[in-house]
Design a protein around this ligand. Structure first.
Ligand code: NAD
Length: 357
């Protein structure tokens, strides 16, 4: 029996999680699973005094997969950094040992007018950014601000061990092998020793993946190419900081934050979360787009449960509903039919059940 942990979190988190549950229940006759719901983020702080309460930690340790909503909101903005809701997501990622973040940029032909790029430029975009999550300048030591000769000097350190690069490179090549067999590794090896090391290790791992085409690209060039020819990319492999920036740039192409899922993998169990935050400005009003969260269920079934056909079925059901003209507020346009969060989730469930037969 698979254990799935649901951590809805704050703001729109609980509303979109309800829609994810609907979609999961469509598969109840095909896989045996239990759903465990636990608090995280601000909800955890309010109920248990911690953004990652002990109860949630215990459930995460047992879970085969975690579906995560979003955390944070103005209510907790004045807490010290160490006690804020965001510590919930950092805590659970660390507890699960997740080292790779996967962000697909999915472009819906029905929604191209929402993309900031011209239609001909985004046609055929299907990009997966694989970002390293545990190393790089975000975690490197030494770090801090010191005073020397009466002057304050700030410093951070970009560090990668060979093992950290190897495991993410292998994950990148494996992902490319299941897709269009192209991997673009992003670095800044013309300036940084750490990045020259990154390139050396990625090139070495490539020997085990002769069927995958490897291209190396400097990060500044990659930032331009995501705008100029996004459809040319298949899997983009990035260190932590460059991936942080490039994955947000790529997300904008889709047209709304509410459309995109992500997965963090590496440990015994993976975590799936939409790329957006808790959107406190629209919480509780039925305005949230549940598609990103619903596609997380698809990624979970595809990756954690090895059922890529079900992931495809969920994607196709979302496409069916967009074809019907149903739109949440963030993707509403003339001639379309306005739907609440719940109506959108319900329509996708109906389309999915039809496809599953
Ligand atoms: P946000 O992603 O929550 O919202 C940005 C804008 O996008 C808002 O106008 C919001 O209404 C809209 N939006 C987001 N998701 C949407 C959806 N599903 N449907 C329709 N519209 C949607 O980012 P923010 O406003 O910068 O942050 C709000 C809170 O979320 C903060 O407390 C922040 O720290 C937190 N946050 C959490 C995560 C996470 O849990 N992983 C990520 C980012 C931000």
């Amino acid at each position: 029996m698979a254990e799935i942990l649901l951590t809805a979190g704050d703001g729109i988190g609980p509303e979109i999680m309800e829609q994810a549950k609907r979609i999961l229940h469509c598969f109840a006759k095909d896989i045996a699973f239990t759903l465990t719901e636990r608090l995280i983020g601000g909800a955890g702080i309010d109920a248990a005094g911690s953004p990652f309460p002990t109860d949630t930690q215990k459930a995460a340790a047992h879970a085969d997969a975690v579906l995560f909503g979003a955390v944070g909101g103005p209510k907790w903005d004045n807490l010290p950094l160490a006690d804020r809701p965001e510590k919930g997501i950092l805590g659970i990622r660390k507890a699960l040992g997740l080292y790779a973040n996967l962000r697909p940029t999915i472009l819906w032909p029905q929604l191209t007018t929402f993309s900031p790029l011209k239609q001909e430029r985004i046609a055929g975009v299907d990009l997966l950014i694989m970002r390293e999550l545990t190393g790089d300048i975000y975690f490197g030591e030494p770090r801090g601000i010191r005073t020397e000769n009466g002057q304050r000097i700030a410093h951070n350190t970009m560090v990668y061990s060979e093992e950290e690069i190897r495991r993410i490179a292998i994950a990148g090549f494996e992902a490319a092998r299941k897709r269009r067999k192209k991997l673009c590794s992003v670095d800044k090896s013309n300036v940084l020793e750490t990045m020259r090391f990154w390139r050396e290790i990625v090139t070495d791992i490539h020997k085990d993946y002769p069927d995958v085409t490897l291209e190396h690209m400097y990060v500044d060039h990659a930032a331009m190419q995501i705008i100029l020819r996004p459809a040319a990319f298949d899997v983009m492999l990035t260190p932590n900081m460059f991936g942080d920036i490039l994955s947000d740039e790529a997300a904008v192409l889709a047209g709304s934050l509410g459309l995109l899922p992500s997965a963090s993998i590496g440990g015994k169990s993976a975590l799936y979360e939409p790329i957006h935050g808790s959107a406190p400005d629209i919480a509780g009003q039925g305005l949230a787009n549940p598609i990103g969260m619903i596609l997380c269920v698809g990624m979970m079934l595809g990756h954690s449960f090895n059922k890529p056909a079900w992931e495809q079925a969920i994607r196709a059901a979302v496409g069916d509903v967009l074809d019907q003209g149903l739109r949440t507020a963030d993707i509403m346009s003339d001639g379309m039919q306005r739907a609440t969060t719940d109506q959108m989730g319900s329509a996708i469930e109906t389309a999915l059940r039809k496809r599953l037969g």
